[in-house]
Design a protein. Structure first.
Length: 138
C-alpha cells in the first residue's frame, strides 16, 4: 500500500494521519492557532488604543494650556515694550543736542553749555542739574 504525504504549508500529514481526519485537523488547527497568535501578538489591543486615546487627550490639554501661556506671555511682552518705550521717551524729552560749539578737551562742558544757553540763547538756566556728554560725530 502506498504512503501518502500531503503538504499544506509546513504541515506534513502521513498516511496514518490521512486516515484519521480528526487527528489531522487537530494538528492543522494547532498550527493555525499558533500562527494566528503570532500574527495577532503584534497588533494593538483595545487597551493599547485606550492608552493612546488618554495620552492624546492629555497632550491636547497640555497643548491648549501652553498656547494660553504663550498668548499671556505675548501680552506681557507687548506691555513691557510699551512701558520701555514710554520710559525711554520720557528720559529723552529733556535731552538737547548742540552742534558746532567750540571747546577744548580741558574745558568744563557744563560751563561751556551753560554759557552758550545764557549768552547766545538768552535763557536763564540753572546748570546744577546738567549732565553734559561730548558727542563726537565722526
Amino acid at each position: 500500500m502506498p504512503v501518502f504525504l500531503i503538504r499544506v504549508g509546513k504541515i506534513k500529514l502521513t498516511r496514518f494521519e490521512h486516515r484519521k481526519p480528526l487527528l489531522a485537523f487537530t494538528k492543522l488547527f494547532t498550527i493555525l492557532d499558533r500562527l494566528l497568535d503570532l500574527k495577532l501578538s503584534t497588533l494593538a489591543t483595545k487597551e493599547d488604543i485606550n492608552h493612546l486615546r488618554e495620552d492624546y487627550a492629555a497632550l491636547k490639554e497640555e497643548n491648549r494650556f501652553l498656547r494660553s501661556e504663550i498668548d499671556s506671555l505675548k501680552l506681557v511682552y507687548e506691555k513691557s515694550v510699551k512701558t520701555i518705550d514710554e520710559i525711554d521717551f520720557r528720559s529723552r524729552r529733556n535731552n538737547l543736542i548742540f552742534k558746532d560749539i567750540k571747546y577744548s578737551s580741558t574745558d568744563d562742558m557744563v560751563k561751556v553749555i551753560g554759557d552758550f544757553c545764557q549768552q547766545d540763547l538768552k535763557l536763564n538756566i540753572n546748570t546744577d542739574f546738567f549732565q553734559v556728554t561730548p558727542w563726537f560725530n565722526f
